[in-house]
Each structure stands twice: as structure tokens, then as C-alpha cells.
Design a protein around this ligand. Structure first.
Ligand code: 13P
Length: 333
């Protein structure tokens, strides 16, 4: 396999010790859900202000190595007309782009879905690269329901899509983040979450290797392994940490550049505490850190409340959240 050092440099920058990745890649409609938390209508101007607060908060570059953007945000600029990608790059933060186009039902497989977006992906990557993006994300969704769900067939189809996306990204000098999100909603046990996540990651890495994806230029974005949010027994940080690392050791080759976590609807506090417990278990074969969306944005949104007079407080709340997650990624909380 030909080595692409550009990919390794980007991956190393994203996985710098003590830093994580902010996922600010909500689609325009999901951004509306964030704005509704602060009683603002889902209009382009408010979405722009929300992103501008995130990307201009002082000192976040100490804790954030990269930001994942959505197509319209990568094309958006500050009030002073500086493109968001340039604002981030100037701060030493790598801009990234979410490229899957959401999910569609997988016919014949109840409740299972497959992600869309492979058409014209090479052309899209060429444009995204010109706009400043150096890494990307593709999210697949794996839901745990009855004993039958998820099926291997649905997992395999999603993994083939992830592998094809990763091939095209690497050929475009863009580091792929592969994200098979095992959904936290449900009443499944910790044991079941561990089984499903292990199986999913085993199939994923088998497929990536089969299709000659360079794992040294690829980042895994994973769910933490924890019982479903409606399960009677909730998982302690120590249980999450042990189950999550057991899963990775059973499935993630050591050549993979690194692993980042999504927060998956856990509270900001819980996401941070679980990360801290994972880091406390000591050095692993891969760098491991955070790539949260909701768990980073929620405290900032609360402090902002959609009011201009609270903008500085909102930026400080964001900085403080990133600092806590940075400390958690080092096991120092
Ligand atoms: P959450 O941290 O809100 O789960 O989002 C992370 C993400 O990028 C999901 O695709």
C-alpha cells in the first residue's frame, strides 16, 4: 500500500494529546433543534451566529484539534465575511466535513437503515478540500432492538459503504473518520451493547482491510459501550471503561490512527466522567479522545440563551467544557 504522509500528518494533528474534536456538523434541520433550546427560529442568520460563537470562543484551540462542519457551514462566513474554515485554520484547528447524507430504510430489515451519499463523492471531496477541509466523517447507524436486530446483513452493508467512503477520502488526501454509531436509546443491557459493538467493529475493520483502506490514515469514531438509556440498571463509569476497552481490544487493529467518542445523548457530565474513567485505565495501543456534539454544545447553549448580552458567557462556557473534556481525555479529573 502506498504511504500517504499527508494523511498521517492530519491524523496526528487531530489526535494530539489532550485535545479532541468538536462535532458541529448538524444538518440545517438538526441545527434548528439546538436553536429551539434557546428559543430562536431555525433561520440562516441564527445558525451562523451559533456557529460563530463556537468557532471564535477564546482559547478553545488549547483543547480542540478539529471541528467537523456541515456542507452549508463550510461555505458560511463570520459577520466580517471571513470563511469559518479560515477562522479555524488560522487558530491551528483542522476543519472537517460530514459527507454522508443521512439514512434510508433498508428494505426487508425492520428498523434498520443504511447511510446515503457515495454518489459523486470524489467530486465533492475535491471541492471540500479546496474549501479547506482535511478530514471527513461518515456516520452509519446501528440500532439494538430485539435478539435479531441488528442483523449482520445490515451491519455488513453499512461497513461496505464506510469502506468505500474511506477509500475515496484517502485518495482525496482527506482523513476519513468512520463512525458506526451503536445507538444508546433502548432497554438493552451493557452485555448486549458490548456484543453488538464488538461485532460491528470486527466486521468494520475486516471490511476496511479487505478494501485496502490505510488504517494508519483513518480514525474510528465509536459509541461508548453502555446499557441502553431505558435499561433498568445504568452503567457506572468504571463498567463503561472496562466494557469499552474490552470491545476495542477485541476489534480495533493497533495500526488504526486513533479512536474518538461520540456522546450519543449522554449528559455532558456523564460523557466527561466516562471518558475520564476510560483514560484512567492507562495507555492503550491507540490515542483515545472525544468528538462530542451535544455534550460540548449544551452547556454553551444554556449560557447563551440566544441573547446577545450572554455571548461572552457562552464562549466561556464552551471553553470550560472543552477544558474539562481535555482533562478527562488525560484521566486527570
Ligand atoms: P453526539 O456527541 O451529540 O452524539 O454527536 C456526535 C456525532 O458526531 C454524531 O454523529
Amino acid at each position: 500500500m502506498k504511504k500517504n504522509t499527508k494523511l498521517y500528518e492530519t491524523a496526528a494533528a487531530l489526535l494530539e494529546t489532550g485535545k479532541g474534536i468538536l462535532a458541529a456538523d448538524e444538518s440545517d434541520s438538526t441545527a434548528g433543534k439546538r436553536l429551539s433550546m434557546v428559543h430562536l427560529p431555525n433561520e440562516p442568520e441564527h445558525r451562523r451566529n451559533f456557529r460563530e460563537l463556537l468557532f471564535t470562543a477564546p482559547d478553545i484551540e488549547k483543547y480542540i484539534s478539529g471541528v467537523i462542519l456541515y456542507d452549508s457551514t463550510l461555505r458560511e462566513a463570520t459577520k466580517e465575511s471571513i470563511p469559518f474554515a479560515d477562522v479555524l485554520t488560522a487558530r491551528g484547528i483542522v476543519p472537517g466535513i460530514k459527507v454522508d447524507l443521512g439514512t434510508k430504510d433498508l428494505e426487508g430489515f425492520k428498523g434498520e437503515v443504511v447511510s446515503q451519499g457515495l454518489d459523486n463523492l470524489a467530486e465533492r471531496f475535491a471541492e471540500y478540500y479546496d474549501l479547506g477541509a482535511r478530514f471527513a466523517k461518515w456516520r452509519a447507524v446501528i440500532t439494538i432492538d430485539d435478539e435479531e436486530t441488528p442483523t449482520d446483513a445490515a451491519i455488513k452493508m453499512n461497513c461496505i459503504m464506510l469502506a468505500r467512503y474511506a477509500q475515496i477520502a484517502q485518495a482525496s488526501n482527506i482523513v476519513p473518520i468512520v463512525e458506526p454509531e451503536v445507538i444508546h436509546e433502548g432497554d438493552h443491557s451493557l452485555e448486549r451493547a458490548e456484543m453488538v459493538t464488538t461485532r460491528t467493529l470486527q466486521i468494520l475493520f475486516q471490511t476496511l482491510i479487505e478494501y485496502k483502506v490505510d488504517l494508519a490514515g483513518l480514525i474510528l469514531k465509536s459509541s461508548m459501550v453502555l446499557a441502553g438509556n431505558a435499561h433498568s440498571e445504568q452503567t457506572t463509569p468504571e463498567e463503561v471503561a472496562n466494557a469499552t476497552l474490552r470491545t476495542f481490544h477485541m476489534s480495533v487493529p493497533h495500526t488504526c490512527a486513533g479512536i474518538v467518542f461520540l456522546s450519543g445523548g449522554q449528559t455532558p457530565e456523564r460523557s466527561t466522567d466516562n471518558l475520564n474513567a476510560i483514560a484512567k485505565l492507562g495507555e492503550q495501543p491507540w490515542p483515545i479522545t472525544y468528538s462530542y456534539s451535544r455534550a460540548i454544545e449544551e452547556p454553551m447553549l444554556k449560557a447563551w440563551g440566544g441573547k446577545p448580552e450572554n455571548e461572552e458567557a457562552a464562549k466561556e462556557a464552551l471553553r470550560a467544557t472543552c477544558e474539562r473534556n481535555s482533562l478527562a481525555s488525560l484521566g486527570k479529573l
